[in-house]
Ligand binder design. Structure first.
Ligand SMILES: [Zn+2]
Length: 170
């Protein structure tokens, strides 16, 4: 995954070696010493609510084509996570939302993706429409109607959302 063949610093062919507790690609040139560190990927996710219902988008692409999921996407390097969350919702739904509480952080062994999940609220949904090719349809669902979701963490995230709603006292 994300493997490179040659040293980006000096061009020597990289070898695999244990460094800092893991097998990593390293440059065998002693004067260079480059180590290829694979960083995690941070994804900002928002569970957008309107009048007690949850906004979901039906995915137009794989993985999870035809299934439903939340708005979200990769956080850019140097970008605030909250700003990325708002940007992704705007890009996917055209909605300007208010970002709410942090719902949770989700990660697992061997998975480079870290999800940072917020609640969000849309005051108005007049402007709601799919904005990019990744989403074919957008709809609001009451808790009892939530359809089949696309990704492994999605069920846990919905469960956290339902629990948070209970605390709201609705
Ligand atoms: Zn090198």
């Amino acid at each position: 995954m994300n493997e490179i063949t040659f040293c980006p610093r000096c061009g020597t062919k990289l070898i695999e070696q244990e460094k800092f507790g893991e097998l990593r690609q390293v440059c065998p040139d002693a004067n260079c010493g480059f180590i290829h560190f694979l960083d995690p990927k941070v994804v900002a996710v928002v569970l957008v609510e309107h009048q007690g219902q949850l906004l979901l988008g039906r995915r137009a692409i794989d993985p999870g084509r035809g299934l439903w999921s939340f708005s979200g996407g990769y956080v850019n390097r140097g970008e605030r996570v909250e700003a990325a969350a708002l940007r992704e919702v705007k890009e996917e739904t055209n909605l300007d939302i208010e970002l709410g509480d942090l719902l949770g952080v989700y990660s697992e062994e061997e998975n480079p993706v870290i999800l940072i999940v917020y609640r969000g609220r849309a005051r108005t949904i007049e402007n709601l429409r799919p904005q990019d090719n990744e989403v074919m349809e957008l709809a609001f669902f009451s808790p009892a109607e939530i359809p089949a979701l696309a990704f492994p963490f999605d069920e846990n995230i919905v469960a956290a959302w339902l629990k948070a709603r209970e605390k709201d006292g609705v």
